[in-house]
Design a protein around this ligand. Structure first.
Ligand SMILES: *[C@@H]1O[C@H](CO)[C@@H](O)[C@H](O)[C@H]1NC(C)=O
Length: 497
């Protein structure tokens, strides 16, 4: 045997290559690795390690129990039929101690392959902790619709580094708090905590249930949109000093005042995706965020924001862009409701967006439904020079507002100034087409959404655009303005305000 194959690390790498085949070949890869494990004694341990380290189902493990202890029904689901003895469990341990990652999900193409009894048996604290001493990643995507969350509670441990699970449709607030409390208490080494939810109900998390200070290593925190967290539990001093990715929804409570002697807030944050009732809150949070490593700011807000607040927000973004050289994604969506407040939307003049013109490294700028976006050709001309590396640009007010001050001239300027622009969404006034000789071309532009534009001759516009944009794959020009006006009753057809 070649001497390099005697080095376990090298052998693990080589066997790892066999494992990382494409999905369709994965079963044959598994059997290849199993064959390697039987080839010679030197290969056995590394091959078994690779074979077992990541598991998507519990079936293979349960099948290692003696045959009389389990059955398989006609659907393929495996169920334990009599209680395994200590000796039986020890037999499993030979394989199970190699498992580091459980990604137990239930999808239509990969149903969970064991029955409830088996699941509950394996997830009982005694069995679980004895079987899986090396487990550090637990993804229980199926949990909510399958077994009670108390099972999760039983398997938390200080070894866990990554935890992901799904909340049920409805959860008593007390149960939710208990669960969050036990996670922070019993899995303090978590680096990633992701909670998904299909919940329809809103749940407000009491600040006392969220002791982020007990999870000092947390790098990724993703909470579902229906789980509301107060700004004060987020901004406690000395917590989340290692947080890099933050996704959550805030309550309407005020952002606490921080003092200059407080330790840094989010010193290494890279990605911030926050849903908030008001944009003011986000201004306050951005103001205290100390990170110089921000890459993405995504904000989804619900109460209409005045022009002053909007300007303030963009100023904070500009400051963040000044601090963080990597900041290149800005997403701002207004989540509006069909009520009277949007009948008189705020108007945002071009000067509102001026701070954004200083953000030269933006690659994605996605502004949607924020109100009346009164931008015009001169603004776009300026913008085209300010965002030289932009790849995706969406500038959209509320869909039923006619803010057609930009023309095809704006498209031309953007295409000239932004040589990487591939996706553009903007309403324009396309009634007047420029003369043919002022031809311009863009090769990178692949997707153009000019919905809600004013278009005179649709065919002429399309011909013109396709000539200028030879690589265009998608041209969207649905005109929803009339539809929206009807819904909102602005023509007096539905209701009168
Ligand atoms: C095009 O833009 C409109 C207005 O923002 C939006 O409603 C629509 O979903 C977009 N279409 C596509 C396919 O992206």
């Amino acid at each position: 045997m070649h001497p390099c194959l005697l080095v376990t690390e090298i052998l693990l790498h080589i066997i790892g290559f066999v494992e990382n085949g494409t999905e369709s070949q994965s079963t044959c890869r598994k059997s290849d690795i199993a064959r390697l494990a039987r080839t010679c004694r030197a290969f056995t341990d590394p091959a078994l390690d690779v074979l077992w380290r990541t598991q998507c189902t519990l079936g293979p493990l349960v099948k290692c129990l003696p045959g009389h202890l389990w059955t398989q029904d006609s659907w393929g689901a495996i169920e334990i039929v009599s209680k395994p003895t200590i000796k039986d469990w020890l037999r499993l341990r030979k394989y199970s101690f190699r498992i580091r990652v459980f990604e137990l999900c239930r999808s239509s193409d990969r149903p969970l392959d064991v029955g409830d009894v088996t699941l509950c048996t394996i997830f009982s604290p005694d069995v679980f902790h004895a079987l899986f001493p090396s487990l550090h990643t637990l993804n229980l995507g199926f949990l909510a619709d399958r077994i009670p969350l108390s099972l999760l509670d039983d398997v938390l441990s200080p070894r866990l580094a990554q935890l992901r699970f799904r909340l049920p449709h409805y959860l008593e607030p007390d149960d939710l708090h208990e669960l969050l409390e036990s996670i922070t208490n019993r899995a303090p080494s978590l680096r990633a905590l992701k909670i998904d939810a299909c919940a329809h109900e809103q749940s407000f998390v009491h600040p006392s249930a969220l002791r982020f200070d007990r999870m000092p290593y947390l790098r990724t925190l993703c909470f579902p949109s229906k789980l509301y967290i107060s700004p004060s539990s987020l901004l406690q001093p000395r917590q989340m000093q290692n947080l890099q990715v933050l996704t959550l929804t805030l309550t309407a409570d005020p952002v606490p005042a921080l003092h200059h002697f407080d330790p840094l807030v989010f010193p290494v944050l890279q990605c911030m995706r926050i849903t908030t009732p008001t944009l003011d809150q986000l201004c306050d949070i951005l103001r205290v965020t100390a990170s110089t490593q921000l890459r993405e700011i995504s904000v989804f807000y619900s109460a209409p924001a005045s022009e002053a607040v909007m300007h303030n927000f963009f100023q904070e973004v500009q400051r963040a862009h000044g601090r963080s050289r990597g900041l290149h994604i800005l997403v701002l969506h207004h989540i509006y409701t069909l009520d009277s407040s949007i009948l008189k939307p705020f108007v945002y003049s071009p000067s509102t967006f001026k701070p954004l013109l200083a953000c030269h490294r933006l690659r994605v700028l996605d502004i949607r439904d924020i109100g009346h976006l009164a931008i015009d050709d001169p603004f776009i001309e300026h913008a085209a020079l300010s965002w030289p590396v932009i790849e995706e640009l969406r500038l959209r007010g509320l869909p039923w507002i006619d803010s057609h001050r930009t023309t095809i001239g704006s498209l031309r300027e953007l295409v000239r100034g932004c040589s990487r622009l591939a996706r553009l969404s903007m309403a324009i006034d396309a009634r007047v087409l420029p003369e043919e000789k002022s031809a311009w071309r863009s090769l990178p532009l692949e997707e153009l959404n000019i919905s809600d534009s004013i278009i005179g001759h649709a065919e002429a516009v399309e011909r013109y655009l396709r000539m200028a944009l030879p690589n265009l794959k998608t041209l969207i020009a649905l005109d929803d303005v009339h539809f929206w006006k009807a819904i909102l009753g602005m023509d007096g057809t539905v209701w009168n305000e």
